[in-house]
Design a protein around this ligand. Structure first.
Ligand SMILES: NC(=O)c1ccc[n+]([C@@H]2O[C@H](COP(=O)([O-])OP(=O)(O)OC[C@H]3O[C@@H](n4cnc5c(N)ncnc54)[C@H](OP(=O)(O)O)[C@@H]3O)[C@@H](O)[C@H]2O)c1
Length: 265
């Protein structure tokens, strides 16, 4: 078990929800933090709410500006002299049927959730290889393991992350680079409110599933433990986790259960 105490951790999507809660928990553990997302003001607020703001550096970025990522990596390393862990957490969801969804929405989901994460990961990879250490902790979703209606593009982008990071773990084991895939179920954040609908606008309201999900504090504590235990892949949530096992052993039953649940909403 490798404690994160006093490590330097770079968190994307740190301005709200899971990323924000991770920032507070890791700051309490004495970590040096680099916080990224598009919204500087929100990042500054998170920094100021930390117990030890002097251990926090703000690095605004839009993860879809792929070719800027090598420059962002240089800045992140300079902030505290090293980066030990990259938490790939930035992401956006979707709530719209396939037939109603503009192609541009699919592009946006893949651009942010998948290609943005790949671009940042690839930008820091040479640094981790040179150091012969480094840890990628990537927040995917249970929707990266099985499907559910109105989330087709989201599911696709999150499934893709599992493929990419499983390969990264294999190719760079020799360089002592670690990969932890964290697949949440429902967590109490604004993810459903910010989710894209068919025309690309934001949904604008919450989901009861998310409102009844894990708190961000409970989630982030569990996620930190999983990183410290160097887990390959973890699922965190309530009974929705059962979907993983149904998919593996009883895929037709999963299909029925998910459709029944969707019909109730
Ligand atoms: N909450 C859940 O139930 C749940 C379940 C499964 C998976 N997840 C995953 O958890 C992660 C965090 O989401 P959350 O639930 O905490 O939702 P959230 O509160 O909406 O947070 C999303 C974060 O991503 C950032 N972001 C979005 N687009 C970005 C871009 N182009 N460049 C950089 N940052 C960007 C946002 O910051 P800015 O707007 O400031 O850029 C925000 O900090 C996501 O990957 C999500 O898919 C959440």
């Amino acid at each position: 078990m490798a404690s994160l105490n006093n490590k330097t951790v770079w968190i994307t999507g740190a301005s709200s929800g899971i990323g924000e809660a991770l920032s507070y928990e890791l700051n309490k553990k004495g970590c040096k933090l680099i916080l990224s997302s598009r919204t500087t003001k929100a990042l500054e607020k998170v920094k100021n709410n930390c117990e030890r703001p002097s251990n926090v550096s703000i690095l605004p970025l839009d993860i879809t500006e792929y070719y800027e990522m090598p420059a962002k990596v240089k800045k992140a390393i300079t902030a505290f002299g090293s980066v030990d862990v990259l938490i790939n957490n930035a992401g956006i969801s979707q709530r719209s049927f396939i037939v109603d969804t503009d192609f541009e929405v699919y592009k946006q989901l893949v651009d942010i959730n998948y290609l943005g994460t790949v671009a940042l990961t690839k930008a820091i990879l040479p640094y981790f290889i040179e150091r012969q250490k480094g840890h990628f902790a990537t927040v995917t979703s249970l929707m990266g393991k099985f499907g559910s209606p109105v989330r087709s593009g989201y599911c696709g982008s999150k499934h893709a992350l599992h493929g990419f990071f499983d390969v990264l773990r294999m190719e760079h084991e020799k360089d002592h680079i670690l990969v932890t895939l964290v697949a949440p179920g429902f967590v109490q954040t604004n993810i459903a409110k910010n989710a894209l609908v068919g025309d690309g606008s934001a949904r604008g309201h919450e989901d009861t599933d998310n409102a009844n999900g894990l708190t961000t504090v409970d989630f982030s504590k569990k996620m930190i433990k999983a990183i410290e235990k160097e887990k390959y892949e973890v699922y965190m949530g309530g009974k929705e986790i059962l979907g993983i096992y149904l998919k593996r052993f009883f895929p037709k039953l999963l299909h029925k259960v998910v459709l029944q649940n969707a019909a109730k909403k």
